[in-house]
Write a protein that binds this ligand. Structure first.
Ligand code: M6R
Length: 607
């Protein structure tokens, strides 16, 4: 929900910290701040600004100090309004200890009352500010020891990076239920919320686990548990470049990520086709191969767009591998006192691998002994580390808040999973595997010309409400189309199954409420056509997404976006793309930044 960066090493111009922070802006962008220790002056300089990171950048212009250690922070407000006072880093009463925090301290009220009673002066309304004040109490010249004393007092979720003016040769980073890693350079270290912030300096990283603390200096680093016991940690290698996390000539990350889908789907599929048509080779699941033999049910758990990918997966696996599948939002599952079954595989889908609800559901299943699998994009993320086996998307960093390339990659992996489960029953799915091979080429052709979608957005840019309908494989795509539109263009949009229309939503239809109808030439075409007729009969404008060659639809719909014909279970990989682009153009025409939608953060690491 917030982005944090901490650096220690040879003193550097603070502009370098700002560059690292910019790559975390997707995590929150209502305000930004920094605290930097200037070794010449032996002072900490703290500067904060409300608004996007450029606002902080402007304030830092002309400040030419070289600093180490330093902290940078970009905020997505949870406690207290969007003000400079509430922005991190926060300090103790003496301006000695400085803390940047991602997460929520649940017991901050009690802690704050006690600290105020003892005479501590608070400047913000945040939960975080209790931390530097607690550290002030515990500090006896060694910031790492002080952190060890304070962490057990904190309830909630936190990734913290901490510096102290009176112990300026160390940077401390500590994690509990919020992402944090350490980038390892040559006698310089950078602690950050995700790898995109460190990749400009180093590709070697250590991912911290819950309850672990990294203590860094310009001489080296150690990872310790909270009692100070040293731990041996694996050093991972980031296998993508800084350019992958940049816009590559596009105006927005979202557009770049939509446009790169032909390549990202190809990357997802690489090495996953079996020798024979209709078979899948999923090396990531081999470690649980024996347990998977007895699987009688799959339960998919995820949030947002990843959940909607799960709904497509449910159709795919149950229809083609003939295994019953349930799909639930992880947030609801976890509070249901779920019954965990021995012969069920629990599949967690998450782009970031850090979504709090998905992670909590995963832990619940694990605790009860269920078999956990994952589809995750961010390598080394919490979900990736905690599932027993899983598949990486390999689509590179997804920066735009609206998930696009991760979604199509999730769909591709779910199609592989359907083949994988079918193969266990001696069944092959050649239509699916051979169809998948053609998807990147087809998508590349579809993405060559986006002008029709742009024009459509011009036609509807001023509407207030929009409905999306689809059936079977296209029902989750209707939900995803509506989610994309509402989250970045702020048009009120709802998705329904075509069958639900007459049970309530049809009351909304009139000439001011357009409906996007996903009406492909598939097994539910006739049914969708009836739904479209029902809408037209009530003067509702129709934008149809249809299969190339369907002339009938053009007679009824006001606008038609054609997509090439592919096997029905794979059509979601194509039909979602015009809806992603439509939402993107709508956001631009309505004057909004699609990469940074209001009130949203890329990775929802709190409940
Ligand atoms: O990182 P995750 O895939 O777990 O994220 C889940 C949702 O928060 C995410 O898909 C969200 O719905 C997107 N903003 C949708 O575009």
């Amino acid at each position: 929900m917030c982005g944090i960066v901490g650096y220690i090493g040879k003193p550097k111009p603070i502009a370098e910290g700002l560059e690292a922070l910019k790559r975390l802006e997707y995590r929150g962008y209502d305000s930004a701040g920094m605290a930097a220790y200037d070794p010449k002056e032996r002072e900490v300089m703290c500067i904060k600004a409300v608004g996007k990171i450029e606002k902080l950048e402007k304030k830092l212009k002309g400040i030419n100090i070289k600093a180490s250690p330093f902290l940078f922070y970009t905020r997505w407000a949870t406690h207290g309004g969007v003000t400079e006072q509430n922005c991190h880093p926060h300090s103790d009463c003496k301006g000695n200890i400085w803390v940047a925090h991602n997460g929520i301290i649940e017991n901050y009220q009690q802690l704050k009352e006690k600290l105020v009673g003892e005479g501590h002066k608070f400047l913000s309304e945040t939960d975080t500010e209790v931390i530097p004040h607690l550290l002030e109490h515990a500090f006896k010249g060694d910031i790492a020891k002080a952190v060890q004393k304070v962490v057990p007092l904190l309830r909630g979720a936190f990734a913290l990076v901490i510096i102290a003016k009176q112990d300026p040769t160390r940077l401390v980073a500590v994690r509990k239920s919020a992402p944090l890693l350490v980038g390892i350079g040559k006698r310089e270290y950078i602690a950050a919320s995700d790898p995109s912030a460190v990749v400009g300096m180093t590709k070697e990283v250590v991912y911290l686990d819950d309850g672990e603390m990294a203590v860094m200096s310009d001489k080296g680093y150690t990872v310790q548990d909270i009692n100070g016991n040293h731990l041996k940690k694996k050093v991972d290698f980031i296998d993508w470049n800084i350019e992958d996390a940049q816009k590559g000539g596009y105006e927005h990350f979202m557009l770049k990520e939509i446009m790169e889908q032909p390549e990202t789907i190809a990357d997802t599929m690489r090495g996953r086709f079996g020798k024979e048509a209709g078979t899948a080779k999923l090396g990531g699941l081999e470690v649980v191969g024996d347990r998977l033999k007895n699987i009688e049910r799959v339960h998919i758990l995820a949030m947002g767009t990843a959940y909607l990918a799960g709904l497509v997966g449910e159709q795919l696996i149950s229809e083609h591998a003939r295994i019953p599948v349930d799909t639930d939002p992880a947030s609801e599952f976890r509070y249901r006192k779920p019954i965990i079954e021995k012969n069920t595989a629990y599949l967690f889908i998450s782009q970031s691998g850090e979504t709090a609800d998905t992670l909590a559901a995963l832990r619940e299943v694990k605790q009860q002994g269920g078999l956990t699998l994952g589809i995750i994009n961010v390598v080394g993320s919490s979900v990736a580390r905690e599932v027993e086996a899983g598949l990486y998307n390999h689509v590179g960093p997804e920066i735009g808040v609206a998930s696009t390339k991760a979604f199509t990659s999730q769909l591709a992996l779910l199609a592989f999973l359907a083949a994988f489960f079918a193969n266990r029953k001696e069944k092959k799915l050649p239509e699916i595997t051979e169809g998948l091979k053609k998807i990147p080429g087809i998508l590349a052709r579809m993405l060559k010309d986006t002008r029709q979608i742009q024009k459509l957005a011009q036609k509807y840019a001023k509407i207030d409400n929009m409905l999306y309908i689809g059936r079977k494989y296209q029902y989750p795509i209707a939900l995803e189309g509506a989610l994309k539109l509402k989250e970045i263009s702020y048009v009120h949009a709802e998705g329904f199954s075509g069958g639900e229309l007459k049970h309530g939503p049809i009351a909304l239809i009139d000439e001011r409420v357009p409906t996007v109808a996903l009406c492909l030439s598939d097994s539910v075409y006739e049914k969708m056509m009836s739904n479209i007729q029902e809408i037209k009969a009530r003067n509702g404008p129709i934008i149809a997404v249809a299969t190339e060659g369907d002339k009938e639809i053009a007679k009824i719909a006001d606008d038609v976006l054609y997509i090439p014909r592919v096997p029905e279970p794979l059509a979601p990989l194509l039909s979602v793309v015009p809806l992603q682009l439509f939402a993107y153009f709508m956001a631009l025409l309505r004057g909004y930044d699609p990469d940074k939608p209001r009130n949203l953060a890329k990775s929802v690491t709190v409940e």
